[in-house]
Design a protein around this ligand. Structure first.
Ligand SMILES: [Fe+2]
Ligand SMILES: [Fe+2]
Length: 178
């Protein structure tokens, strides 16, 4: 995670107070053992998603507490989603919202909005639209974070490929001649 963003989130005492019981929970801490996108752990991904949802919902006078709590738990599925799970039916993209909600409900008292936000956070991949504006915001923030967590690694990967380096060199030369 970007150290500037981490410090910003760690230092926001109002936000920390809202999610304190969640992030200090031993089972939630296990999300640090699973990678979400490239070098970002599931915990860090949820931490940033939760904070952005909190900020946006606070600015819009929405239910920022539910937004922060649901954001922190939206990917609380606790398995390596890249590997096939023998006891799991259905594709990860379609099922993990429900699994995350079930796991969260075993440990925390979630309100109906928080449950709905977690279950439907993969919209529009999953068809059902979230019931709240907070839920809709979570779907967009989640995708934004997923892209920003992946883009730097993808760029590095692309530039490291030999064929791309050659094409880049040729294009650069053409550009110089123009
Ligand atoms: Fe997810
Ligand atoms: Fe996510």
């Amino acid at each position: 995670m970007n150290t500037y963003i981490k410090k910003l989130i760690d230092d926001d005492s109002d936000f920390q107070e809202i999610i304190r019981d969640i992030i200090s929970n031993k089972t939630v801490q296990k999300m640090k053992n699973f990678m979400q996108h490239y070098d970002t752990t599931c915990f860090d991904h949820c931490y940033v998603v939760s904070y952005y949802c909190y900020l946006i919902c606070k600015r819009l006078n929405l239910d920022y507490k539910s937004a922060a709590r649901a954001g922190m738990l939206h990917d609380f599925f606790l398995y390596d989603w890249r590997k096939k799970q023998p006891d799991r039916k259905g594709l990860h993209a379609f099922t993990h919202g429900k699994i995350a909600c079930e796991n969260a409900c075993k440990l925390f008292n979630l309100n109906d909005k928080e449950k709905d936000m977690i279950i439907k956070h993969m919209w529009p991949v999953t068809v059902a639209l979230p019931n709240s504006l907070e839920g809709l915001i979570l779907t967009f923030v989640d995708k934004y974070c997923a892209i920003s967590e992946s883009i730097d690694i993808l760029k590095t990967d692309l530039f490291s490929r030999k064929s791309f380096r050659h094409a880049y060199l040729v294009l650069s030369l053409l550009n110089v001649n123009i």
